[in-house]
Write a protein that binds this ligand. Structure first.
Ligand code: HMG
Ligand code: MG
Length: 298
């Protein structure tokens, strides 16, 4: 019994580009956002307000947010790891901010330079300030099945983090397989541990495709009734703090899977493929989307 419709957050402009070594002009990011919304995406993760020393590619967050042509029916989200990031983000009027932690202590430390407990102390005032300002709050949970430093992650650790996120007022959470090591049953366990704290409408799947398992994991999540997913156009990306981690599952591939199952997304696959071609050509490498490759040859 699969959901009748699915909502996709394209995280390409943020997760997809954050690890890109060559500088990508803000105007290109703005056009990517434009093409994604033209293709029917209703949620786009645009950028992050993080330290430019840690993630130089996101240093233009303010220009990108200022440059996009906002549509009233699209939700634009941005990452804000602390109060400094949140205050910087305000001028760009994000619809939603994202705080981000990890189920693994070691990854949390490498990614945001503090322990899980400390991160909650940093996030709590950010969450309160956002909610007071009428901005929605999402929590991203990294390494929910495996960690590059700690190996396999027990579902209990995911449940623990989800409980902390809930406790500080986060409204919905992403269950992320940061390094793409997950397989369907393990991913379902991570999702179930999260569902002990959040309703089915508040839990999304964020699967990197490093081991080629992301579509299987998407199907496994759909089986549980999960209907919110994050993916990157053209399969862009990788996390700077997860060595060897490749991009998110390609949005084109997820859309093809869903449409093939009769599940509605509101996304125009052809326009999405064009958006993927736009950014892939700009980066000078082929798309990572199998569906785009297949359809472009036809
Ligand atoms: P820190 O060094 O612990 O922070 O960094 P600090 O408060 O001690 O400040 C040190 C310096 O950073 C200061 O500058 C601050 O001004 C600056 P200095 O005086 O040395 O020149 N700073 C900032 N600058 C801009 N924006 C800010 C900010 N905060 C401090 N918000 C911090 C802590 C979190 C900022 C840092 O560790 C950082 O930026 N990390 C990058 C994290 C990141 O972007 N990771 C990738 C995104 S998460 C991801 O990809 C996973 C996800 O996709 C899910 C999945 O797949 O797993 C979401
Ligand atoms: Mg990610």
């Amino acid at each position: 019994n699969y959901p009748a419709r699915v909502k996709i957050i394209d995280v390409g402009p943020r997760d997809g580009l954050q690890n890109e070594k060559q500088p990508v002009a803000a105007a290109v990011k703005v056009e990517l956002v434009q093409r994604l919304q033209d293709a029917g995406l209703k949620e786009i993760e645009v950028t992050s307000y993080v330290s430019p020393k840690w993630v130089p590619q996101m240093a233009d967050a303010a220009s990108v947010m200022a440059g996009i042509d906002r549509r009233g029916d699209v939700r634009y989200s941005v990452l804000t790891p602390n109060m400094q990031g949140f205050e910087a983000a305000l001028a760009g009027r994000p619809d939603e901010i994202v705080v981000f932690g990890a189920a693994s202590e070691a990854f949390n430390q490498k990614n945001i330079n503090c322990s899980i407990a400390e991160s909650m102390e940093r996030f709590a005032p950010v969450v309160r300030a956002a909610l007071d300002a009428g901005i929605a709050v999402r929590g991203a949970m990294s390494c929910t099945v495996g960690c590059p430093y700690e190996g396999e992650i027990a579902p209990e650790k995911v449940g623990y983090l989800a409980g902390l996120m809930k406790g500080i007022g986060v409204q919905r959470v992403d269950v992320a397989d940061t390094i793409g090591v997950g397989t369907p049953i393990k991913v379902q366990k991570a999702l179930e541990a999260t569902l002990a704290h959040f309703g089915i409408d508040q839990v999304s799947g964020h699967f990197h495709d490093t081991y080629g398992q992301a579509l299987s994991n998407t199907l496994a999540a759909l089986e549980l009734g999960v209907w919110n997913f994050q993916s990157s156009v053209a399969g862009l990306g990788g996390c700077p703090y997860a060595k060897g981690a490749t991009g998110n599952v390609a949005t084109e591939d997820v859309v093809y899977l869903l449409h093939g199952m009769g599940i509605e997304t509101g996304i125009d696959l052809d326009k999405l493929i064009d958006a993927g071609q736009f950014i892939s050509q700009h980066l000078g490498r082929p798309t990572q989307s199998r569906v785009a490759k297949a359809l472009l040859i036809k």
